[in-house]
Write a protein that binds this ligand. Sequence first.
Ligand code: SF4
Ligand code: SF4
Ligand code: SF4
Length: 522
Amino acid sequence: MYYKLKDDFRLRGWELLPTGVVRRLSGNVDFLPPDIYRALQKACSSIPADSALFSAEEKKMLAELCEAGILEKSEVPAPLSDAQKYRAYPNRFLYSVHWAITGNCNCRCRHCYMSAPTRTEALVRAQAQEAPTLRQPTRTEALVRAQAQEAPLLRPPSGKVNEPTLSDCLDVVRQMEAAGVRTVSLTGGEALLRRDFFAIVDALIDADILIVTVMSNGLLVNEKTLDEFERRGLRPEFNMSFDGVGCHDWLRGVPGAEQAVLRAFSLCRERGFPTGAEYCLHKGNLSALRESVKLLGELGCQTLKVNRLNVEGEALGIADYAITRDEEFQTYLDYIPQFYEDGAPLLLMLSGFFCNDGTDGFEIPFVKNEEDEDCGDYCLCGHARNYMYITAEGAMVPCIPMGSAEGGRQTRTDALMPGQAPDAPLLPRRHFPNIRETSFADALRDSYYMSFIDTRLRDYFAHNPGCAVCEYRNRCAGGCRGRVAGNKDDLLARDEDACAFFRQGWYDKVTKLMKKILLDVR
Ligand code: SF4
Ligand code: SF4
Ligand code: SF4
């Protein structure tokens, strides 16, 4: 009898994490203790299972790996296939990438932070750049231009023509494969708008990178799209924005968008594709929150993230629809009891304020650590440590909200470095790397991206002396860098939402409320 690594598994290692067992086409990576990993590698070298070369301790470890479904017994020697053999990636481990494969979109959202142009607009602009006076505009081009001038909703294209070519995209896939990325979420603009979308999907499948989510406005989530995924054995989550019953079209700028996205949720439910949603809270849809959550729950949507309208990008034009932080928090406080009255129809994340865990538990995302934890050595954001967002322009940043630090907003001139006091002389601004200029693996070895995500809380506290002595310092840890990125020049500034949550009594209010609700539920 011999040991055999099950066909689905591969041996992989990264800088600082050399003992990975990866499951093909799933998000799973287990990092084993070095002695167990050594025993596993030995077991995969065709030594008979009863050989005296295995110590009693190793046999015990291998029995546990069999139980865990990683190893199995084989009557004949079972050497590793080429794909299974150990592969060392020359960079730090990065679990997942959110990847904007286009900056173009078929919606005209009033709050689009990236000012995504439509395909027609992009085409018109590209042609205009190439041949400014050679020909008369076509009927469609003329219409787009006329609408842009006449109707503020159909705004003139203000984003860049920023759809990477297919060959650029295939290169990114190769680079992600070479760096050992495990999963990807495809986003845009509107990712499904690309005519070569499934060529990118196929390249990801070939590279053994699992597509876990497609972020979409839902307009192109139809039978044909789902058929194509199903044919490839993939069932990603469709994460679609939904901005309120009776209010969606106004924000999205496309009549009929609400009907289309609700149809997309239904279709995904019928076809067994998971769905999630995001809700942008503003004055016009505050009162539609309860009805919208109920409806999404009925449509099988499993998760909903709610955040207030962020006044940047196109949203500067609808700033009078924005609600204040206090209005946002009060809305959540008023809504939470109704959410439980309605049977907690889905997993709900209300900004950093509240997140339910089924019907009888909850978390507060603003709470990052226990107050008595010694967390100076922790990273600024544990989530961002394992994820990356690649913008349509190729900037590699820690997460989607931080795209504006390198993408849409160009007003930042300098950034303070981790550990610098606020009054220290500014160093020239450092940029996050760009995949068009740097290799992915290099960005994960030595770059501003790496130094930023490796920044420790002790550096944050040195930079923010007020936080260092604050009674909530560990629990709050200065909040979320993504929330800061949209509004501040200093990526290490404190997050004012998190600060208000703790210091203005919202933490006490929501924990008190939840104590009462959970007592009633139980
Ligand atoms: S769907 Fe997204 S990318 Fe498209 S216009 Fe709306 S916010 Fe922008
Ligand atoms: S509550 Fe405010 S002062 Fe205290 S740690 Fe958080 S951001 Fe800093
Ligand atoms: S910085 Fe904020 S938005 Fe970005 S991953 Fe961390 S918690 Fe999320």
